[in-house]
Design a protein around this ligand. Structure first.
Ligand code: SAM
Length: 197
């Protein structure tokens, strides 16, 4: 790898979503059932659709029509649109769409739609309700990936609330791994992985 390609790879490796994707791809079975709890521009949904391959399926949630339009376009461009159901609803209603112990992966990327209205963002109460439902919906052996943000427009309330709840999950039932960008200033994102035993 040389020049711009190498620089591109290094830049990708500094992104929180890169690491979340890499861990999901290394841990989850292919061809499974996956949920993207925060669709946004559809990049996580696209990764899950690729993992789903032809036999799996993906549910993706967002409260903004714009997110559904952007994701629909992205999945169509990459010829994987038929693998996903795009749902205009809050992730705190996830249990109306997926059964207990049915999902292999649930992916959260909190915050606001990049390039969109920063006031339309995930919020502590609904995020925690969605995580609780998601833990029920996960299969044994399944995993949840969460990108948690703080600072700026986001504040600290959601990060503190989410990490507070995760700290109390029983270790006999869940392994919770909270990662840290150790040498980065200014409230770096926190990648979190939960494995259901
Ligand atoms: C950081 S973006 C997600 C990025 C996205 N996964 C991607 O790959 O582009 C966060 C998204 O969460 C959405 N959101 C906010 N509250 C939500 C809720 N209660 N349920 C589902 N989505 C929500 C926002 O509309 C926004 O599009």
């Amino acid at each position: 790898m040389e020049g711009r390609e190498a620089i591109g790879e290094i830049m990708r490796q500094s992104q929180v979503t890169y690491w979340c994707h890499e861990i999901i791809k290394s841990q989850a079975p292919k061809g499974g059932f996956y949920i993207d709890a925060t669709m946004g521009k559809g990049y996580d949904t696209l990764m899950l659709c690729r993992l789903a391959d032809k036999s799996g399926r993906v549910l993706a949630f967002d409260i903004q029509e714009k997110a559904l339009l952007l994701t629909d376009r992205l999945l169509t461009e990459h010829n994987v649109r038929s693998r996903a159901e795009l749902i205009l609803d809050g992730h705190q209603h996830m249990n109306q769409y997926a059964g207990t112990e049915s999902a292999d992966v649930i992916c959260f990327n909190f915050g606001y739609l990049p390039g969109g209205d920063h006031k339309i963002a995930t919020s502590p109460a609904s995020s925690i309700e969605a995580i609780r439902q998601g833990l029920d919906i996960l299969k044994q052996g399944g995993m949840m990936s969460l990108c948690v943000y703080s600072g700026g427009d986001t504040g600290f309330e959601e990060k503190d609330a989410v990490l507070g709840v995760l700290k109390k999950l029983p270790p006999q039932e869940y392994t919770v791994i909270v990662n840290e960008y150790y040498n980065r200033q200014n409230c770096p994102p926190v990648p979190v992985f939960i494995f259901k035993k």
